[in-house]
Design a protein around this ligand. Structure first.
Ligand code: FAD
Length: 479
């Protein structure tokens, strides 16, 4: 078998690349080991977690309505239905992807691809039922290509000392499987996946404890943004242990015994379930990359240039396997660049802002330059912050625990970065991305009429804070 373009991996990077390559007139094959298209994001990441977070948000909003004079009974949760609904969402979307692939005549092969050399993949059969619309591999088949786009993604990091082979110790995939609602859940790692899943389980009724090695949740994120989230999580979760580490786990039948070490707690504590969410590892080993000229760095990421080319002229790499940030929209963006470059277009990665969103409650989102990055680069910036206490809409919603901030170039007044914490921050950040990409200055943003009363006004108002013209914020003039 031969294909002009082979995409190895059918996640958001892989299918975006494959579909655009086909739209550009190339003949394309996707090789995917999973029976369904969608990759981590759709099958065991972004989408199922957001389906569950939607449920969690409605539960918490219903509970908080008591302060507004409306009381609901404690929710009765049918875990089988919650799980089935999440599965239905996945099924609908992955079924849609298969149809889109077929409509574009993108060939699907259900197999594990292993590189023999820079132009050939061995197709290894994977267990399970034949997949509708995909070629079934019995073994021994090879697929040659002109170009391969490597989109093998990443898997949850699970160091040996935590991998004790107990069904009670799970990674994000295990947590999303939603086998039951454990009475107590320990989340190892206070990053975005741990906090999102912790939020889901908390709202479904588990007592959630988070252990984080660093001195704050979401290490690396702007502290001003993390503060409101940390406060709420502390109030709602059973415990948040910062500067603590998990030194060992032991399955003791109906529980997991966890050895926790740190300034507040140095003890062995029992939990019903443990979620290990300490990061993700790129998938760059075990499928013959050493038989190509592809270079893998010490962190396991495939090295690429701005056109997503690897050091092998026939192979491109995109998405999680090609480096941080490990986010679905970054994977799709890179996938489209690789497809365009293969089709002969002069495309290159030139995005000024890759948004990142933590879908907790409140949400945290940022895009472009952060204050921390500016400091590291020795770049002078101005920061304008609008607290949501001054927003009519946030007050009406009963959620003033937010802020919107711009990072601004003091000379040109161009907006370089934006950070938002608050309800719906993930949707709001899109305006900031566009502003940064378009090279807007703070006057452009402040003088664009935003609808009232909305949280989107805080984006314009933060600009007005910089200009000293914010209506709802009184700043005495300096003498
Ligand atoms: P993947 O989606 O990982 O897909 C890689 C595919 O390659 C897989 O389907 C795999 O089966 C296949 N594959 C690997 N090796 C082979 C081989 N040798 N042969 C054949 N097939 C192979 N990102 C966001 O942007 N927003 C979010 O809200 C978000 N939430 C997340 C929540 C969770 C719980 C998790 C785990 C991740 C989340 N992510 C989120 C991250 C997001 O899922 C990834 O960044 C994204 O899926 C990366 O896409 P990709 O195409 O690079 O790889």
């Amino acid at each position: 078998m031969h294909s002009q373009v082979v995409v190895l991996g059918g996640g958001p990077g892989g299918y975006a690349a494959a579909f655009l390559a086909a739209d550009l007139g190339l003949e394309v094959t996707i090789v995917e080991a999973d029976p369904r298209l969608g990759g981590t994001c759709l099958l065991r990441g972004c989408i199922p977690s957001k389906a569950l977070l939607h449920t969690a948000k409605v539960i918490s909003e219903a509970e908080e309505l008591a302060d507004w004079g409306v009381e609901f009974a404690k929710p009765s949760i049918d875990i089988n239905k919650v799980r089935a609904r999440k599965e239905e969402v996945i099924e609908t979307l992955s079924g849609g992807l298969a149809k889109l692939a077929d409509a574009r005549k993108v060939k699907r092969i259900h197999a594990r691809g292993v590189f023999v050399d820079s132009k050939t993949l061995n197709l290894e059969p994977v267990k399970g039922e034949p997949v509708k619309g995909a070629s079934t591999i019995v073994g021994g088949e090879q697929l040659t290509f002109d170009y391969c786009i490597l989109a093998t993604g990443s898997v949850p990091a699970m160091p040996k000392f935590l991998n004790i082979g107990s069904p009670r110790v799970v990674d994000s995939t295990g947590a999303l499987a939603l086998v039951d609602i454990p009475e107590s859940l320990l989340v190892v790692g206070g990053g975005y996946i741990g906090l999102e899943m912790g939020t889901v389980y908390h709202e479904l009724g588990s007592k959630v404890t988070v252990v984080e090695l660093a001195d704050g949740l979401l290490p690396g994120a702007d502290r001003d943004l993390v503060r409101p989230l940390a406060k709420r999580v502390k109030e709602r979760f059973a415990n948040v242990l910062l500067n603590h580490k998990v030194a060992g786990l032991k399955d003791v039948g109906d529980k997991v015994e966890v050895q926790i070490e740190g300034p507040e707690l140095n003890d062995t504590v029992k939990f019903d379930r443990v979620l290990v969410s300490i990061g993700r590892w790129p998938v760059s080993k075990g499928f013959g990359l050493e038989n190509t000229k592809v270079t893998v760095n010490e962190r396991g990421f495939v090295e690429v240039d701005t056109q997503q080319r690897t050091s092998d002229p026939n192979i491109f790499a995109i998405g999680d396997v090609a480096g941080d940030p490990m986010l679905a929209h970054k994977a799709a963006y890179e996938g489209r660049i690789a497809a365009e470059v293969i089709a002969g277009k002069p495309s290159a990665f030139d995005a000024q802002a890759i948004p990142a969103v933590v879908f907790t409650d409140p949400e945290i989102a940022w895009a472009g330059l952060t204050v921390e990055e500016a400091k590291k680069a020795g770049r002078e910036v101005e920061v304008a912050t609008y607290p949501w206490q001054a927003s009519g809409r946030a007050t009406a919603n009963g959620r003033t625990d937010g802020l919107t901030k711009w990072i601004i170039d003091p000379q040109t007044e161009r907006v370089l970065g934006c950070g938002i914490v608050g309800s719906g921050a993930g949707e709001l950040i899109a305006e900031a991305v566009l502003a940064i990409e378009m090279g807007c200055n703070v006057h452009d943003i402040a003088s664009s009429i935003h609808p009232h009363p909305t949280l989107s006004e805080t984006i314009a108002f933060a600009g007005e804070v910089h200009l000293g013209t914010a209506t709802e914020i009184y700043k005495p003039k300096r003498k």
